[in-house]
Design a binder for this molecule. Structure first.
Ligand code: HAM
Length: 403
């Protein structure tokens, strides 16, 4: 027997209903915020992710589904959505067009991680990217959008907030941090030694508890912001407070992707185990220029759909459409014909086997049909059909024409 690959799941039946309910809800909200759909390829040049997500990140360094294709191109399955959207934005010359462009997307992402609950190798994100607004109001709007989506789905969350500074203040902070960590170099984990060389601020979210203890007194990002970044961060907090969105400050929240500056945020759930991040995002004002576009401020987020699945409170399923069946072998043909016609306006489930009424009623109930319509030899003779309204518990025999 051939099974799916580790960390790659099929989505069907009840899960599929939840999945589409999530996509429809999030799409509806993104459109209300003025965002437009964008679809980018699953496969991109590896260089795109190396330059954007960053070679020092775990995602690029360890987790890419990377290969050389038949044309000798170095390609990989996208590990995230932002880089592809930015590539498309530049390729379509939207950076030169100026103004504000807002996009949303959803689809599969691929990371060769160690699979566990809530951590897959193929997973799905719903994301949005906004280009051309440097105001921190847009950062707040992103957070409000995630909050609206989660609330609509009945999902509780905690919002963690940080600012990563900008070109003005980050280099000085980085130097201070490196100095602090260098002095403790003999006692930190191997990964942190590497991070010192490649991307020092990532030591701040090292999962090793010994490292965390050592960094407790490390210089704090939020105490080292320049006045412009500090003002923005204060404004962001004020907007969130004014709009009733609670947050926690986490000065060690640095995110696992290199392209962020200023606002960084994560939504976490306490109800899903260790992989608790359900959404993450932030501002990435330098990325468009870094990928050879015209300098454009940008901010966005992505929600991990699989991590939400079990938390989604589905609306009560109401009975819908018809179940049509035959009680007599001779009526099967007619039942198929009726179903074909009825599907022009309604959802129809059909059983091709002749069965007694009790069995049909049971089957209609199982598919949650509103009506169970059955034809036996009497109905066949009279050109009628017996219909039971399973919601109101009423029944009648009507002419096929009326049906
Ligand atoms: P990210 O934090 O890497 O950000 O991913 C966003 C969300 O995807 C996570 O919070 C998590 O819910 C989900 N996720 C990540 N990895 C896995 C996995 N292996 N299995 C299941 N779910 C996972 C980004 O990808 C950025 N592109 C977000 C962004 C958009 N920033 C700005 N714009």
């Amino acid at each position: 027997m051939i099974n799916s690959l580790r960390g790659m799941n099929d989505i069907l039946s009840e899960d599929y209903e939840r999945f589409t309910y999530f996509i429809n809800t999030a799409t509806d909200i993104a459109q209300k915020y003025g965002f437009h759909f964008i679809e980018t390829p699953l496969l991109e040049e590896t260089a795109l992710f190396k330059r954007s997500v960053g070679e020092s990140s775990d995602i690029v360094g360890k987790e890419m589904y990377q290969f050389i294709d038949k044309g000798q191109n170095d390609v990989c399955l996208r590990p995230e959505g932002t880089a592809g959207v930015v590539r498309a934005f530049i390729q379509k010359k939207l950076d030169k067009a100026g103004g504000i462009q807002r996009y949303f997307y959803h689809g599969s992402m691929f990371r060769y991680e160690r699979p566990q609950k809530g951590r897959l190798r193929q997973f799905h994100q719903f994301g949005v990217e906004s280009f051309g607004v440097d105001s921190v109001y847009e950062d707040a709007t992103m957070i409000m959008m995630v909050s609206d989506i989660l609330k609509k789905l009945g999902i509780g969350y905690r919002l963690q907030l940080n600012s990563l500074g900008d070109n003005n203040c980050m280099p000085d902070y980085r130097n201070k941090l490196v100095e602090f960590v260098q002095e403790r170099k003999d006692n930190i984990c191997e990964d942190c030694v590497k991070r010192l060389e490649t991307n020092p601020i990532r030591v701040l979210d090292c999962k090793n508890s010994k490292c965390q203890e050592l960094y407790e007194n490390a210089p704090k990002l939020l105490q080292n912001l320049c006045s412009a970044c500090e003002d923005d961060f204060n404004t962001l907090k004020k907007i969130l407070e004014d709009n009733g969105i609670k947050y926690e400050i986490d000065t060690n929240l640095v995110r696992g992707l290199d392209y962020y500056s200023k606002t960084a945020f994560e939504f976490v759930s306490d109800d899903i185990g260790s992989q608790s991040a359900i959404a993450g995002g932030g501002r990435y004002d330098r990325l468009v220029e870094f990928l050879d576009g015209r300098s454009t401020p940008a901010v966005g987020f992505a929600i991990g759909i699989e991590r939400l699945m079990e938390l989604i409170v589905m609306p009560e399923a109401s009975r819908d459409g018809y179940y049509i069946g035959a009680m007599d072998e001779e009526a099967v043909n007619l039942v198929v014909k009726l179903a074909h016609k009825k599907r022009k306006s309604d959802k129809v489930n059909i059983d091709y086997k002749a069965k007694n009424l009790q069995k049909h009623l049971k089957a209609a109930d199982k598919v949650n049909a509103k009506y169970c319509a059955v034809i036996g030899s009497n109905e066949l003779k009279d050109a009628t059909i017996w219909v039971k309204d399973l919601e109101n518990k009423t029944e009648e025999t009507i002419s096929l024409e009326d049906f």
